[in-house]
Design a protein around this ligand. Structure first.
Ligand code: SF4
Ligand code: SF4
Length: 299
């Protein structure tokens, strides 16, 4: 059977919906939001590249909410986000202080937490004339949060920001705060996973987590489990369409992520189909394991 590109993309999108939100989820979110009962969401950014925020802003779907703008207008009460809020300076700090006084918010953290130099390698904001380090901001807000969501591998375990030699001693949120976190892993995570994680946290329906704090609904199978190149002849050089890239260091067999089904850029493609490797970006070992494999040490 020959599939048209449109059929193919529809199948891809259907796969994405397997880990997506249901119509009932959307309805409940809209009701929460309309009734003023949606929890406040505070999104902090620490030691990272802002790529997770960019990924979220790239969210797109065929039905409403069809974009990040739809989500922010109709579904999620995102009170604080350094890139998209219009507040700045003392009015932005007041948002944090008001939410902190009330408690019960969802704390979203993007980026790792620098712990060396008294935390002064990363400043979250200035209150009065006093800098508040990202470490103190996360630690303080984590104490009164109903839920803490790490968006991206840096917030979850340090990720690229904690790569050797890591002079700022960057660590993940749980390691610094001692609080359990829901880890939406990836460098960056797919927009569908980010939206799913925040929405399901609001609905209290994240479900069980694996031993690394990742929702099993998103991270139960490995990339290799669902890879369309599984069982094909392994290639020893780059640029070979349709052939398994395990010999080149593909981390797919040890990486839990839904990429072969979700695909990226609105279902257009994903790492292996672009003849690249899975570099294991959803794992706590990232980027160390990737570098080991690239050096031929990891096997
Ligand atoms: S390309 Fe990677 S993920 Fe795909 S079958 Fe080969 S080893 Fe597995
Ligand atoms: S295929 Fe691997 S490296 Fe690529 S986005 Fe998915 S988990 Fe990350």
């Amino acid at each position: 059977m020959n599939l048209s590109r449109r059929d193919f993309l529809n199948i891809c999108k259907t796969s994405a919906m397997a880990v997506g939100l249901t119509a009932l989820d959307i309805l409940r979110l809209e009701e929460l939001f309309a009734n003023g009962a949606a929890p406040t969401v505070l999104w902090l950014q620490g030691a990272g590249c802002t790529g997770c925020s960019v990924s979220f802003l790239n969210y797109t779907a065929s039905a409403k909410p069809a974009s990040a703008a739809d989500i922010l207008l109709d579904n999620v009460n995102l009170a604080y986000h350094p890139n998209v809020m219009d507040a700045a300076g003392s009015s932005a700090v007041k948002i944090i202080d008001d939410a902190s006084a009330k408690g019960g918010y969802i704390l979203v953290v993007e980026g790792g937490v620098p712990t060396a130099f008294g935390g002064n390698a990363c400043v979250a904001w200035t209150r009065g004339d006093k800098d508040v380090t990202f470490k103190d901001a996360v630690t303080g807000l984590a104490a009164k949060a109903s839920t803490i969501i790490c968006i991206g591998t840096c917030a979850a375990w340090g990720g690229l920001a904690a790569a050797a030699p890591n002079p700022a001693a960057v660590r993940g949120v749980k390691a610094v705060t001692g609080k359990n976190t829901i880890n939406i892993a990836g460098c960056p995570p797919h927009p569908d996973w980010i939206v799913w994680g925040i929405a399901k946290a609001m609905l209290k329906q994240v479900g069980t987590l694996d031993s690394y704090g990742r929702p099993k609904a998103l991270y139960s199978s490995t990339v290799h489990d669902r890879c369309p190149r599984r069982g094909t002849e392994e290639t020893h050089t780059y640029g070979q369409d349709g052939r398994c890239v395990k010999e080149l260091g593909c981390c797919g067999p040890a990486t839990r992520a839904a990429c072969p089904g979700t695909r990226w850029n609105n279902g257009t493609n994903w790492c292996v189909d672009a003849n690249s490797l899975c570099i294991g970006c959803t794992e706590p070992t990232f980027p160390l394991e990737t570098l080991r494999k690239a050096a031929g040490v990891g096997g």
